[in-house]
Structure formats: structure tokens, C-alpha cells
Design a protein around this ligand. Structure first.
Ligand code: SF4
Length: 152
């Protein structure tokens, strides 16, 4: 029986896990299990970095400054926190509803609990969330948000 895409549950997935060549190095992290697991869903790819900074691009990291996490470019030391925050909030405004969200592990944008947090000397001091992980957890209150390595 034909089903309208309107009736499908929606899942937001980090685009690099779906095969998009959007990583900082121009590569993908395609995971066929994820695409297979959500074949009956409407899949919405999410990547805040590639539209802002292009691909390939300089790496970025989460850096704790005065007790707050910022996103800083690794070599040129630019603070791109506001750019990313605006991009992520704009995505959420356009996609306010989802049943589930699956995010790429260890990313300064997408990680949830798996992202290295650095001090200003760029030394790892803890593990935490990427900027999108943080904002998603705040704004998608009733949505199941999981790391790619959790059971789907
Ligand atoms: S981890 Fe997130 S920000 Fe990084 S390439 Fe994948 S989707 Fe884009």
C-alpha cells in the first residue's frame, strides 16, 4: 500500500553518516546500518559545518574559555561559535518536529557526551557535547537523541 511521506515518522541524522561528503576532510562516514534502520522514516540530513565553512575545511574544536564552551578553529584560532549557533537554531526552526535524532560521535558539532573538550592550551580536559548536541538537547525536549554507536 502506498504511504504518504507525511505519515512517516521523521528522523534527523548527521549527514556524514548518510554518505554526504561533508566532513572536514571531504570524506564521509557512511554507515549502512543507520540508513537501513530508518528506511521507513522520512530522513532529514543535518550538517551545520559544511554550509558555513565548505568542504574540505579547517578542523574545529570545543574549547572551554572562562567556564563556557566555544568552538574555535584549530589553526587560525577563530571563534566560530555564533556562526554555528545561528546555523543550528535556523535548522531547528525549519525542522521543529522529529521522532528521533542520530548524531555523529566525537564531533565538535554533533557529539553527545563523546566530544573532547579542550582548554585554551588545546589540551583535552574532559568529554562532553558538541555545540549542536547541546542545542538539540535543549530545544528537542521530547525527542530521543542518540549517538551513532547507541542501539538504534
Ligand atoms: S559530524 Fe556533524 S558537522 Fe561534522 S561532518 Fe558530520 S554532520 Fe557535519
Amino acid at each position: 500500500m502506498w504511504r504518504s511521506s507525511l505519515s512517516k515518522p521523521k528522523v534527523i541524522i548527521s549527514a556524514c553518516l548518510l554518505g554526504h561528503l561533508c566532513r572536514y576532510d571531504g570524506k564521509t562516514k557512511k554507515t549502512t546500518e543507520i540508513a537501513d534502520a530508518f528506511k521507513d522514516y522520512e530522513i532529514v540530513p543535518f550538517c551545520p559545518e559544511a554550509p558555513l565553512f565548505g568542504t574540505p575545511r579547517e578542523r574545529i574544536s570545543v574549547v572551554e574559555i572562562d567556564g563556557k564552551n566555544h568552538i574555535i578553529t584549530d589553526k587560525t584560532n577563530k571563534n566560530v561559535t555564533k556562526l554555528l549557533r545561528d546555523e543550528i537554531n535556523s535548522f531547528i526552526d525549519k525542522n521543529p518536529h522529529a521522532t528521533k535524532i542520530v548524531l555523529k560521535s566525537k564531533s565538535p558539532s554533533c557529539g553527545i557526551g563523546t566530544t573532547p573538550i579542550l582548554n585554551e592550551k588545546k589540551e583535552k580536559i574532559s568529554m562532553g557535547n558538541g555545540i549542536a548536541g547541546d542545542i538539540f538537547l535543549n530545544r528537542y525536549k521530547n525527542v530521543t537523541i542518540i549517538d551513532e554507536n547507541e542501539s538504534l
